[in-house]
Design a protein around this ligand. Structure first.
Ligand code: FES
Ligand SMILES: [Fe+2]
Length: 346
């Protein structure tokens, strides 16, 4: 269970790359900031929505806090752990896992004010990732039900940093017309560019798309064992603002689940975390699967890093749309309804 906070924990940083309106909306949601296995009893610096954070393990708890000592603003990620407490390297203040300062070595006898406290954010460990929220309450981490299922092999694809906006990246993940152009070296085919009509529905808080096509998901160079005329179903679910999930249905009820979970580091920097679960090829070499996914991510990255404007335009008049963009259009509308993209409205 996430801790309940009633007050706004933090506000838009002064050198913020987002508009203040966007930042206030985005800060209400949960994002992954690190792979769970990378969080040790050692401070790890990360950044979310332009806010510098420090992440560490204190006993069985994972702490996510502002990377800022309240004494003189030194990053605590430069410090070290003393048992469950984090120690600032400048004057040695130490802070308990709840954020409270518990030692001021220059004045060991003095009573410590309860106001000497780090800003600590709620965190949860889901699908091998540490998720947090800057100002959110209720957890918004989307369901990824096959993670941990004994019938599936689950792993996290290599984490990549993209010099592009999270909105552009997520829309690229939902885009079905680019396979035949961007992914020809990995799984798609330039001669199969046609995008059949598909259905997009609004779910409770998100979007669901069922896309049926003949685009195979087998890696290039591997013999495609699917029966002639096999139709591939790709089910997309958007968990706004910035998480999306894809289930690819292979022949014989085999499934590949991919969670596109981004950390919006800043308005123009995005860290992509991608938990994957699949119930075929149990002998799968996770190394090979990671290498294959990394090639796909890099193909996508090249597009996302070069699109202009860098932010996703939410005013539908700004860019041209085709039938194949139905999911993207619904996604842009949804983000706008959430109060994002104000800079694009007149
Ligand atoms: S700046 Fe951290 S203890 Fe002084
Ligand atoms: Fe792609």
């Amino acid at each position: 269970m996430a801790m309940a906070f009633t007050e706004k924990r933090t506000s838009c940083p002064t050198e913020c790359t987002f508009t203040e309106t966007d930042w206030n909306v985005l800060a209400k949601y949960w994002y992954p900031v690190a792979k769970s296995e990378d969080v040790m009893n050692k401070p790890l610096p990360v950044k979310l929505l332009d806010v510098e954070l420090v992440v560490y393990r204190a006993g069985d708890k994972v702490v996510v806090a502002r990377d800022l000592c309240v004494h003189r603003g030194t990053p605590l990620s430069m410090g070290w752990m003393d048992g469950e407490n984090i120690v600032c390297p400048y004057h040695g203040f130490s802070y308990a896992p709840g954020g409270q300062c518990v030692a001021i070595p220059a004045h060991p006898e003095a009573k410590i004010s309860p106001r000497l406290c780090l800003t600590v954010f709620p965190s949860v460990d889901r699908y091998g990732l540490i998720w947090t929220t800057l100002n959110g309450e209720e957890e918004t981490v989307p369901p990824f039900p096959k993670w941990g299922d004994a019938g599936y092999v689950s792993f996290i694809a290599p984490v990549i940093d993209i010099n592009g906006s999270a909105g552009r990246q997520v829309e690229g993940f939902l885009d079905v017309a680019h396979f035949a152009w961007v992914h020809t070296a990995t799984f798609a085919d330039r001669h199969n560019a046609f995008v059949p009509s598909y259905k997009v529905t609004r779910t409770g808080s998100g979007i669901h798309t069922d896309y049926l096509s003949t685009v195979s998901n087998y890696p290039k160079g591997m013999k495609d064992p699917s029966p002639a005329g096999f139709k591939w179903l790709r089910e997309y679910d958007v968990y706004p603002p910035l998480t999306a999930r894809l289930v690819v249905h292979f022949p014989d009820e085999k499934q590949l689940w991919i969670l596109n979970a981004v950390c919006p580091v800043s308005a123009r920097k995005t860290r992509l975390f991608c938990p994957i679960s699949q119930n075929f090829d149990k002998t799968l070499s996770v190394e090979d699967a990671c290498a294959f996914n990394l090639r796909i991510f890099n193909e996508d990255r090249e597009m996302v890093e070069n699109q202009k404007p860098e932010e996703l335009p939410l005013d539908l008049q700004t860019e041209a749309h085709i039938m194949a963009d139905k999911t993207s259009i619904a996604y842009r509308r949804l983000l706008k309804e959430m109060g994002l993209g104000k800079q694009y409205t007149s």
